[in-house]
Design a protein around this ligand. Sequence first.
Ligand SMILES: [Zn+2]
Length: 49
Amino acid sequence: MNVGMKMAHVCDLCGHGYRDARIAFECESYCKAHKSCSPEIVKDAFHAP
Ligand SMILES: [Zn+2]
């Protein structure tokens, strides 16, 4: 998913952006499972929705 920023990996569910695709994937997995974000994961986001 690209929101126009280079190297942006954005969670499809919550819209937080990550520089690390692996963390974005973890966020998506967590969002899907819990229907909300993990504070532990979101603190690594550089872009908030
Ligand atoms: Zn998310």
